[in-house]
Write a protein that binds this ligand. Structure first.
Ligand SMILES: [Zn+2]
Length: 317
């Protein structure tokens, strides 16, 4: 999800949203539980993209084909307005990874639903693990992925409440030497995608379980979207805490959106959701390709760890 009021997102140039995936969308919709991978998304030698769908012998080939790249789809289990399923962020992350890995092969880790979501603990269905657990769980997951030969790990997070955690987690990778690198993917809607979204959407506010996010879910898992319940709660900003643009505090989101719904989703359509989903999936595929080809990150990381052992001997550049 995005939280426009909290996180201003930049515009990334160079990624063209292009046409949506009408043929693929049709084949996904034809899949009852959306679990099977359409043939279009299997790699040329029929390797599944999902870690848990690979056999052990095929896993070796997958690591090689992925050139050591693993993506972790990250979301949380939390309320998404009165109309979207609790696993909305996890499903969106998984779908984005599935599409991207189909375009540019990478191994997709199983759903990672442990994240920062204390601000929704007052709502039914939220799973909010302690800070210690979520940091440790993510760390040990990366360590296990690396132990299995995948040395480039991309965090693909769709939950706005995790944004700071993703940045923090990548920063603390320098705490001690390791033979893998962690990258945080940040989806950004380019100008063309924004133009298409503006042309298709009816509402002007958003941020959580809004018209666009609901549109994405109408593509991914329409069977779990309850549009008949969309009008039962308000998604307007209550503005209950107005301090200063110079400060932030943990209760701000709750002060604005205690229903955990920001926006007006009643006009949502699958066509609108497909625009964002396909654009971001292509952006992720492009990122996977760049990281596959990258040798500098691990090289610099190793150099850094080496120098950090004896800072007095570190030279001057
Ligand atoms: Zn979320």
């Amino acid at each position: 999800m995005k939280r426009r009021d909290f996180f201003k997102k930049g515009i990334s140039a160079g990624i063209i949203a292009g046409a949506a995936y009408p043929a693929l969308a049709a084949s996904w919709e034809a899949t009852a539980d959306n679990e099977a991978i359409p043939n279009e998304l299997l790699s040329s030698d029929n390797l599944p993209v999902f870690w848990d769908q690979l056999t052990a012998p095929d896993f070796r080939r997958a690591v090689e084909r992925a050139q050591g790249v693993c993506v972790i789809p990250i979301g949380v289990i939390e309320k998404h307005g009165p109309h979207l399923p609790l696993g909305t962020d996890v499903m969106r992350a998984r779908e984005m990874c599935r599409r991207a890995a189909g375009l540019e092969y990478a191994v997709v880790f199983p759903d990672f639903y442990v994240g920062q979501i204390f601000e929704a603990m007052q709502q039914p269905g939220t799973i909010a693990y302690s800070t210690e657990i979520l940091l440790k769980f993510l760390h040990e997951t990366c360590r296990e992925i690396s132990r299995n030969g995948l040395k480039k790990i991309i965090l693909v997070n769709t939950h706005g409440g995790n944004s700071s955690l993703m940045t923090f987690f990548t920063q603390i990778q320098l705490e001690s030497p390791r033979d893998y690198a962690v990258f945080a993917f940040q989806a950004r809607d380019d100008a063309e995608t924004q133009r298409q979204i503006t042309a298709l959407r009816r509402s002007t506010t958003g941020g959580h379980a809004d018209e666009v996010e609901t549109g994405e879910m109408l593509v991914i898992a329409p069977q779990y979207v309850r549009m008949d319940q969309v009008a039962t709660e308000s998604g307007r900003n209550l503005n209950r805490l107005v301090l200063s643009p110079n400060v932030s505090t943990g209760i701000s989101w709750y002060a604005q959106y205690p229903n955990h719904y920001a926006g007006q989703a009643d006009g949502a359509t699958a066509a609108l959701g497909e625009v964002r989903l396909s654009a971001r999936s292509r952006q992720l595929a492009e990122t996977i390709k760049i990281i596959k080809e990258d040798t500098a990150t691990l090289q610099l990381q190793n150099e850094f760890f080496q120098h950090s052992l004896s800072p007095l001997e570190t030279g001057v550049w």
